[in-house]
Design a protein around this ligand. Structure first.
Ligand code: ADP
Ligand code: MG
Length: 475
């Protein structure tokens, strides 16, 4: 695109707007003390004319090193400038929201108790003004209790929303997805994309979608709710007894579940408690007596790495032209059938692992916490679950093993068995211990998990998980 300019006013009160491929620059009136503004187009929230006044709302840095802040630039539009100003603001909106409908209709859940307990204040202070500036239609609920979000989502009017925004940790995402499953039309409900604004103590989903941007300023994180496009993701059915739950991220038994759920007093540490727990508990941890059965597709680590890189390149290219999805797009209104697990399941291709293990961790999405990448070759929509089985080993091997855990290096350990699977089953020998499903506590009883390819969708800026994972350099 060539550069476009709009000049408003004359003399010292004049301002100039300059738009090119990637940025919007605003040269401010000479009689105002403010500096000029320049910001990437993804930070433009709104441009339009109401009652003869042009408003441009954007996120920009007031000084080179200051964080992004919300800035509104307004100026009266004279009759003679009207046509030019309206055409200019139309172009700004079209390029800022390329491929995405502006004025999103959002159902927003804020959990005031998530993480360090600042979500409500941060929503009002940092997120709400941005959604307002972007003219989003927001329907807001502060969660008042456990299962509140799930109960509201069960009744969600599906045609009224373009996305559900969850300001909390992974636990509230788990609730919302189980609300979708309990909806009268679950298949259509799952077509409403979720977008996390991470404020929990475990924010695996946000890390997977945003990479390290998930830990940058809140202002930046909002971009995903406004400009992200739907990325199809597999969901899991977890069956325990007669109950069926939806899991989107992980299931853990053994050491990792004990660290995740048994170290509540260490929550303030965030992700580091995984690594510390590993160091201090690893050697002394009793073997985790479970029988593990897997409907495995393969366990070739090199192939997983190659498949991950080629699928990632393909899905990132496709994401650029992806269309917004909506409940209308699907003919599937019910929950998908379970076909691989249960008493009548086909036993072909099932393998059994019954050596003593340190932990079993299965899931989707590379990060389970900011400093622990357990599933580095995971793909959002391959119809497979990554099942990791860590053998018991010596303290020395363990310490070596967690070296580079934040980059996924333990993947290459010989004692870490890594399967791509369609389903698996766990039968614990006793019910003493923890079972963590998406970071939430469940009773340690036999359970089975099966993948539903592309059942759900999350808003993503990229169309892939945000991790760079390569084979280790040869020593
Ligand atoms: P965190 O990572 O801080 O634990 P999560 O989103 O993972 O945040 O978990 C939040 C948990 O809090 C969920 O189990 C959810 O059901 C529960 N919850 C939501 N709202 C409230 C509330 N108002 N009071 C207490 N618990 C709540
Ligand atoms: Mg949590």
């Amino acid at each position: 695109m060539s550069t476009r300019e709009l000049a408003l006013g004359t003399g010292p009160g004049a301002s100039k707007f300059i738009l090119d491929d990637a940025t919007l620059r605003i040269e401010r009136p000479a009689d105002k003390q403010w500096p000029n503004i320049e910001t990437p187009l993804r930070n433009v929230l709104w441009a339009g004319i109401d009652n003869d006044v042009l408003t441009v709302s954007l996120l920009a840095r007031k000084k080179a090193r200051s964080p992004l802040s919300l800035i509104h630039v307004t100026g009266p539009v004279a009759d003679t400038d009207k046509e030019a100003a309206s055409s200019f603001s139309g172009t700004v909106m079209a390029v800022a929201y390329i491929g995405v409908a502006p004025e999103r209709r959002l159902k927003v859940f804020v959990n005031p108790h998530s993480g360090p307990g600042k979500a409500a204040k941060n929503y009002r202070k940092k997120i709400e003004p941005i959604f307002k500036a972007a003219r989003c239609k927001v329907d807001l609920s502060f969660t008042e209790r456990r299962y509140h979000a799930r109960d509201l989502v069960k009744e969600l009017p599906l045609d009224d929303f373009d996305a559900v925004v969850v300001m909390s940790g992974d636990g509230l995402i788990h609730e919302v997805l189980n609300g979708y499953a309990a909806h009268a039309e679950p298949g259509r409900a799952f077509r409403i994309p979720l977008s996390p604004i991470p404020t929990g103590s475990g924010n695996g989903l946000a890390l997977n979608l945003m990479g390290m941007e998930a830990s940058s300023t809140l202002c930046k994180r909002r971009t995903f709710s406004l400009l992200g496009k739907p990325m199809d993701v597999d969901m899991f059915s977890m069956k325990q007894g007669e109950s069926r739950y939806i899991s989107f991220m992980s299931q853990a038994v053994g050491l990792m579940a004990d660290i995740d759920l048994g170290t509540e007093p260490l929550r303030w540490m965030g992700g580091q408690r995984f690594v510390l727990g590993f160091i201090y508990n690893g050697e002394y941890h009793k073997a985790c007596p479970v029988k593990l059965s897997i409907k495995a597709v393969h366990k070739d680590k090199q192939k997983m790495l190659g498949d991950m890189h080629s699928a990632k390149a393909k899905s990132e290219a496709a994401h650029k032209t992806a269309q917004p999805c909506s409940p209308q797009d699907t003919t599937e209104t019910g929950l998908p059938d379970i076909v691989h697990i249960g008493p009548d399941a086909d036993k072909d291709g099932w393998i059994t692992f019954d050596q003593p293990v340190l932990y079993v961790y299965a899931g989707k999405g590379p990060y389970v916490s900011a400093d622990f990448v357990q599933f580095p070759v995971s793909l959002p929509n391959d119809g497979l679950i990554d099942v990791v089985v860590q053998e018991r080993t010596t303290r020395g091997a363990m310490l070596k093993g967690i070296d580079g855990a934040e980059k996924g290096h333990p993947f290459w350990l010989d004692t870490q068995h890594y399967y791509k699977a369609k389903a698996y089953r766990i039968e614990p020998a006793s019910n003493k211990g923890h079972l963590s499903i998406d970071g939430e506590a469940y009773p340690l009883e036999p359970y089975e998990v099966e993948v539903h390819q592309g059942l759900g969708c999350f808003l993503s800026m990229y169309g892939s998980y945000q991790i760079n994972f390569e084979a280790p350099a040869k020593k």
